[in-house]
Design a protein around this ligand. Structure first.
Ligand SMILES: [Cu+2]
Length: 345
């Protein structure tokens, strides 16, 4: 059986070889050379390039229009507006360059398509051109880098508002816990050796400053609108990344150290749900969900993990509710104090 298969393969190879020889011989008998590009070929290719350009640009603008309302809504934080402005400036610049360069690419392929009448000119060097394509991108990049650095320094500066809200985010495989300081305004010390069922965030039980902390808050956190929020982040196991896309905030949570990010939320969750962009975005998402027989969802600010941190990484999510000051205080009053939480276990 194996021998027959081998024989069939060998015969197939021989047959293929013979077929190629026949083609080669018949080519020699013809007068025209089929590898030679004719006037008609060039004309057709040039026009095809032009047609492709039109379809290409049309597809590009269709895509922008089709998917625009599935991108992130306008920033809901003060610094987020700066990031969005920088992002928009970059995107407009890139789109402009994309259209100009691709227009010339395909337009020239069409305009200067080969004919027997014209001959290509031989140009080796042009100082003016060299200057133009060095200086113009250098100026554009300098603009992007300078604004990027300016905003980076403003955004990454240390939280310093006296009335700021401090929130600790504790990441572990695979969920988030939050902790707020109690009436003393101070978070208690932590000690990883004390982690157990009743002390999941590893608080140091010998530090009295931690007794009034509102610890081990799960599923959702509340933040007041218009006040500086200082996030302090810790991780129990691997590197996670606290990602709050609607506030344009992200910071790695690294085991063994505390990382920080500060921001000011500008819109409450209730205001954001009524934002025209969000209404349209959610309608699009819910129409898509309906196709798969899933119930509609409401908009919520989210805290996600943005590091591929393990098998259930996708599960690391927490709702973030931005409240008015009064609602925030009411929610805060309902949270369990650490000492009572420990006593209750
Ligand atoms: Cu994670």
């Amino acid at each position: 059986m194996n021998f027959l298969v081998l024989l069939a393969i060998v015969l197939l190879i021989i047959a293929g070889h013979q077929l190629l020889r026949v083609i080669e011989l018949s080519r020699g008998l013809k007068k025209t050379k089929e590898w030679k590009v004719t006037e008609t070929d060039n004309d057709m290719m040039g026009k095809a390039m032009f047609a492709f350009m039109i379809v290409f640009f049309a597809f590009f603008f269709w895509q922008v229009n089709r998917w625009m309302d599935r991108s992130l809504p306008p920033a809901a934080s003060e610094h987020g507006e700066k990031i969005d402005a920088l992002w928009d400036a970059n995107i407009y610049l890139i789109t402009f360059v994309f259209i100009v360069t691709n227009f010339f690419l395909f337009w020239f392929a069409y305009k200067y398509r080969g004919t027997d009448k014209t001959k290509a000119s031989y140009i080796t060097h042009n100082n003016k051109l060299e200057m133009a394509w060095t200086v113009i991108p250098a100026v554009a990049l300098a603009f992007i880098v300078i604004f990027g650095l300016k905003y980076w320094n403003e955004i990454m500066s240390v939280a310093d508002k006296p009335d700021r809200v401090v929130v600790e985010l504790y990441a572990k495989q695979f969920d988030w816990s939050a902790r707020y300081p109690g009436k003393d305004g101070k978070l208690g010390e932590t000690d990883y050796r004390q982690i157990d069922g009743g002390n999941a965030m590893g608080m140091d039980t010998s530090d009295a400053a931690g007794y009034d902390d509102l610890a081990n808050i799960k599923n959702e956190i509340h933040l007041p609108v218009g006040r500086e929020i200082e996030l302090l982040m810790r991780s129990r196991d691997v590197i996670h990344s606290a990602f709050l896309p609607h506030f344009r905030a992200q910071m790695n949570c690294v085991p063994g150290m505390i990382t920080t990010f500060k921001f000011v939320a500008t819109k409450t969750s209730a205001q954001m749900k009524k934002d025209p962009y969000v209404v349209k975005m959610m309608a699009g998402i819910n129409a898509q969900r309906a196709k798969f027989g899933k119930e509609p969802v409401e908009f919520d600010y989210l805290l996600l993990c943005n590091k591929i941190c393990g098998a259930s990484h996708y599960n690391m999510q927490m709702n973030v509710i931005v409240d008015t000051e009064a609602d925030y205080q009411a929610w805060l009053a309902k949270q369990k104090v650490f000492k009572t939480a420990v006593a209750a276990k």
